[in-house]
Design a protein around this ligand. Structure first.
Ligand code: IVH
Length: 658
């Protein structure tokens, strides 16, 4: 009777795990799950002789081993060769093409964790092992059993070995480090070390408390299961109950492959776990076997590694720059290093407090990071590398450009001299920037040169450059073509909608979003000039600080003169509504495009979807609303069919947006 109940609970919990982790479709609430678990734990402690070896209560941990037993991998666990840029990827593809006509690849995220081999007998997990040197690893079964995403029981009674990655999600790492900080313990440096440290523990309680996760990505003996493509192996493993990564994607040809890489290079920060690259695998397993292995790597796969986002270098000097608001920023002048594909020799240090808090000194070896297209910043100093010659930082008290006394506000210092050249130059740079008037052909150095030569003093002077065309053409580095392009770009900027101008004027606290809100509300600049503080603060998202700043700006006669001058140059001062079309078919829905479209480009289709209130994504998931299919669609089409996602032809799509 008791035994039967225990078996029943085990089955319920195993099914719940399968539904949750493999099918992504929870069927029990957390409370129900916990209740079953508690009941089982209680029964097992009362009747230890009835406890099953693979009971889900092993997740709780508590098994302590004396030492790690060595494990021999029957099939060696190989690592992957690395490639670092597009041309390496093209070479890899060419090499494959010598052996295989029209290769299909599977692209996967390269999870930053540690690899694991899992052995199942009769559908039951019997062993988990680390990679070790590839031939001999270590038995970590006691810890593997605690990882909820690793099934204890498969949906078929098979004997099978699968391989994958144990990792720690960003949030799990953050939580653990918060706790460690409170206890005064050293912090875990990164998710990979954290995961590796957790599974190399003799007491499984540690691993159980670490909230580890898992993705399975390799079935070494696929052919034994009648499986001939890697993608099918992934599907099969998913069916057995393993967690495979939802972003795995079959790609057809080098363009789709590069598209996948570009997408994840840009979007990897949105993932809940760290990835350090993309793995590219030849899909067909018979062809994989034809290509074979080198001593270390399979020849049919490679890993594209993202450029480093953090490097160490020497901080040689700290120099100050003045922004358009007069804010003084300390900048680190660095020994040049390569970071994410470019050489950097300068990084921001934000402000005095930041430098003091991180105890950054001149002469220190520092770590510099860059994420997305943000300016590189000095993240921390490596104290162990100090030799005693480092110099303490002292904040300047004077503007580095006009020497006037600085004023401290919050944590920053400001130059408040309105005639300071640096502030004016920054204001001009801001006016032409991409989110402002978007004038191309005027880099920061050119603006500074033009300012110093007297061609550009005020914002309105941009619209006067046409008259100085001949003189400008005489300048070194300028040809007729570049000047004409520049003049064209300036001329085009006259047609911009009001929000670009408003943002470009550099009114304090008016960022591009506020500029848009103001433009939509006031429709033209005169309405805004004539508004009142009281009215401004009634607008959603316009607070007192912004309202005050706007009123101040337009109360200044010089600013009104500037606007009048711009009006004379016929710069548009009206809001141009390119608004979102109200289309219920698209609103808040996610679409995926695949195959080549005939009448429009993919980019145009994406723009149209966005204009209609929808989003596009690169991969099909259960959240995809519809997949828009052109000619020769790729694997996204198959995936959509599998997931029962509606398919729209190009024609159907065009009908809906008419
Ligand atoms: S495939 C023969 N796929 O990267 C196939 N590895 O640098 C070998 N890794 O040792 C591995 N994500 O620890 C593969 N989707 C993925 C991966 C992945 C992370 C790790 C794995 C491997 C290392 C190679």
């Amino acid at each position: 009777m008791i035994e039967k109940r225990m078996q029943e609970i085990i089955e319920i919990i195993n099914k719940a795990n399968y539904d949750y982790y493999a099918k992504d479709n929870p069927t029990l609430t957390d409370q129900e799950y916990d209740r079953y678990m508690q009941e089982l734990l209680k029964l097992e402690s009362k009747y230890p002789e009835l406890k099953q070896k693979n009971s889900p209560t092993v997740r709780v941990g508590g098994v302590v081993i004396d030492e790690f037993v060595k494990v021999k991998h029957e099939i060696p666990m190989l690592s992957l060769s690395n490639v670092f840029n597009e041309s390496d990827i093209i070479t890899f593809d060419e090499r494959i093409r010598k052996e295989v006509k029209n290769p299909i690849y599977v692209c996967e995220l390269k999870i930053d964790g540690l690899s694991v081999s899992l052995l199942y007998k009769n559908g039951k997990l019997v062993r988990g092992a680390t990679r070790g040197d590839g031939v001999t690893g270590e038995d970590i079964t006691h810890n593997v059993l605690t990882i909820k995403e690793i099934p204890l029981q498969l949906s078929e009674q098979v004997d099978i070995e699968v391989r994958g990655e144990i990792y720690m999600s960003k949030i799990a790492l953050e939580n653990i480090n918060d706790l460690r900080k409170e206890k005064g313990e050293t912090l875990l440096a990164n998710p990979r070390n954290a995961a590796a440290g957790s599974v190399r523990q003799l007491d499984s309680k540690v691993a159980a408390s670490r909230n580890l996760s898992n993705f399975i990505y390799h079935l070494p003996n696929s052919l034994d299961y009648g499986i001939h493509t890697h993608y099918d192996a992934l599907e099969y493993m998913k069916k057995l109950g393993f967690k495979t990564n939802p972003n795995n994607q079959k790609v057809n040809g080098i363009n789709e492959l590069l598209e996948y890489i570009n997408y994840w290079t840009e979007n990897r920060n949105n993932l809940p776990y760290e990835i350090d690259g993309i793995v590219i695998k030849l899909d067909n397993i018979d062809n994989q076997q034809r290509l074979g292995f080198t001593a270390k790597y399979p020849k049919w796969a490679t890993a594209y590694k993202f450029p480093a986002t953090e490097v160490l270098t020497k901080l040689k000097e700290i120099k100050f720059t003045v922004g358009r608001t007069g804010q003084i920023t300390p900048n680190a002048i660095l020994e040049p290093v390569r970071l994410m594909g470019s050489i950097i020799s300068k990084a921001t240090l934000h402000n005095e407090e930041y430098i003091k808090m991180k105890d950054i000194r001149i002469g220190d070896i520092v770590s510099v990071i860059k994420s997305g297209d943000v300016i590189p910043r000095v993240e921390k100093t490596i104290i162990e590398r100090r030799n005693g010659d480092e110099i303490q930082f002292v904040m300047t008290k004077n503007c580095p450009i006009c020497n006037s006394d600085l004023v401290k506000k919050d944590s920053s210092y400001y130059c408040i001299n309105p005639l300071c050249d640096a502030r004016k130059i920054e204001g001009l740079i801001h006016f032409v920037s991409r989110d402002a008037m978007n004038i191309e052909g005027l880099g920061e150095n050119i603006i500074e040169d033009f300012y110093n030569m007297g061609y550009l003093r005020f914002i309105s002077d941009f619209y006067n450059l046409n008259d100085k065309k001949d003189e400008l053409m005489e300048l070194e580095g300028f040809g007729e073509k570049s000047i004409n392009n520049l003049i064209d770009s300036i001329e085009n900027s006259k047609n911009n909608s009001l929000e670009r101008l408003l943002f470009g004027l550099g009114i304090r606290y008016v960022g591009n979003k506020t500029a848009k809100i103001l433009s939509v509300y006031y429709k033209n600049i005169d309405n805004l000039i004539n508004t009142t503080y009281e009215q401004l603060i009634t607008i959603k998202d316009i607070g007192e600080r912004i309202a005050k700043s706007i009123i101040n700006y337009f109360n200044n006669e010089e600013n009104i003169q500037l606007i009048n001058k711009l009006k004379q140059y016929k710069v548009n001062m009206e809001y141009i509504d390119e608004g979102i079309i109200d289309n219920i078919e698209f609103e808040n829905k996610t679409f995926v495009l695949t195959g080549s479209l005939k009448d429009i480009t993919r980019e145009e289709a994406s723009n149209i979807i966005e204009k209609n209130g929808g989003k596009t994504s690169n991969s099909v998931s259960k959240n995809t609303f519809a997949v828009i299919v052109g000619e020769n669609p790729g694997s996204k089409y198959d995936k959509a069919i599998n997931l029962n996602i509606p398919i729209w032809t190009e024609q159907e799509f065009l009908e809906k947006i008419k």
